[in-house]
Write a protein that binds this ligand. Structure first.
Ligand SMILES: Nc1ncnc2c1ncn2[C@@H]1O[C@H](COP(=O)(O)OP(=O)(O)OP(=O)(O)O)[C@@H](O)[C@H]1O
Ligand SMILES: [Mg+2]
Length: 366
């Protein structure tokens, strides 16, 4: 017995939607088209599978329809020596129609499956856990996404560097077994649990892999920047944050973040939960299309500043240095984006030094 591939139900559901939309758009000839489609139902199903297989392998939505149709044509012609000419002619005559359907299916599959996503967040919030009740004057920002590798540590780390530069008293907390942020901030020091690292004049860092270290946050910091472990979806261990920033860069980082939305608590005076579009320009058409589509749908608010995809980030991290040190040009787009991003966080939380004399002076730095 021939096994049905896992993508078959998704492919066929997309085919039905695309056919229905097509018939809606061609209302006058709908009945004749419907009869035509019924006549070649088996072929259309094969076409939808062929499209789905390619889309799910991450191929570009621009090339998938052509490749899927070519593959279908070849397999049909190979199978029928007697009717080869007749079938070839048939494909040629229907080429435009089949391409239109294949394109529709590819786009449908590349868009996030909106109906399967949870509804937009409800306003109900759990009460503050008493063991997570830090000094109220602090603003807690947590970088979180259930999906790994979306840029949490990268964004948290660069925000720390700018907090130091602007003289904003900050505690950087790594509630992440990997402790990457601590390694980057200390330029490779061995991370030790609960130790407080002096990163600069204004920023300290704490590695606390098991829990949000409320008990250690009694200093006079204005800002707490938390880098969470992606694998953590236990609400009790998640901090109660004034601002949640969820970096997204592809379809999966976006979808996974939706699964844990409810676990992210925001106090009444908090700002909320936002997607941060990181690595803009990254990935194939499929990811780009899905991310932009989801952003437009406003399933989650998107942070107003996004960050470009830049090779310099990868190069810099290898040396525990900021991305702008490794950008090819001075005043690069990645530097502008990361600075604008950090500034937008500081301004939103009103932690910018108010007066000029609050800013660190040259003498301070020496
Ligand atoms: N804007 C960007 N441009 C290019 N590469 C980026 C960018 N942001 C992050 N990256 C790269 O993506 C990878 C993952 O980034 P990062 O470690 O910050 O993600 P993470 O969410 O903290 O991952 P984890 O879940 O493993 O903690 C890294 O290799 C990093 O260099
Ligand atoms: Mg990380």
């Amino acid at each position: 017995m021939k096994t049905v591939p896992a993508y078959a139900p998704r492919a066929e559901a997309a085919l039905s939607r695309v056919v229905e939309r097509f018939l809606q758009q061609h209302k006058k000839e709908a009945s004749s088209f419907r009869a035509q489609f019924d006549g070649i139902r088996k072929l259309l199903v094969m076409l939808s599978w062929s499209v789905a297989k390619r889309v799910e392998a991450g191929e570009s939505a621009e090339t998938v329809p052509w490749e899927a149709l070519t593959a279908l044509r070849n397999s049909v012609l190979q199978g029928s020596a007697s009717n080869r000419e007749k079938h070839a002619q048939w494909f040629d005559q229907h080429d435009a129609l089949l391409i239109e359907l294949a394109t529709g299916i590819a786009n449908d599959l590349a868009a996030p499956i909106l109906s399967e996503l949870p509804p937009r967040d409800s306003q109900s919030r759990e009460p503050l856990h008493s063991n997570q009740d830090p000094d109220v004057s602090m603003n807690i920002v947590t970088f979180y996404n259930h999906k790994g590798g979306s840029g949490k540590t990268t964004l948290a780390y660069h925000t720390c560097l700018l907090a130091e530069e602007l003289g904003i008293r900050t505690v950087a907390v790594s509630v992440d077994t990997q402790g990457d942020m601590i390694k980057w901030l200390t330029r490779g020091a061995a991370v030790r649990r609960d130790r407080i690292y002096e990163v600069g004049k204004h920023v300290t860092a704490v590695y606390s892999p098991d829990e949000f270290p409320a008990r250690l946050l009694t200093g006079n910091a204005k800002l707490v920047l938390v880098d969470m472990d992606s694998r953590d979806d236990n609400p009790k261990r998640l901090p109660y944050s004034h601002l949640w920033l969820m970096p997204i860069h592809n379809r999966f980082s976006m979808e996974n973040s939706l699964n844990v939305l409810e676990a992210m608590n925001v106090p009444k005076d908090g700002t909320g939960r936002f997607w941060v579009h990181n690595r803009v320009g990254y990935g194939g058409q499929r990811h780009k299309h899905a991310v932009l589509h989801a952003i437009q749908q406003k399933l989650v608010e998107t942070w107003p500043v996004s960050i470009i995809d830049a090779e310099a980030v990868e190069r810099a991290i290898m040396k525990y240095e900021p991305a702008w040190k490794h950008a090819m040009i001075k005043d690069s787009q990645i530097e502008r984006d990361l600075r604008a991003f950090a500034l937008s966080v500081f301004k939103t939380l009103r932690v910018m030094p108010k007066k000029k004399r609050d800013l660190p002076t040259k003498e301070d730095e020496e």
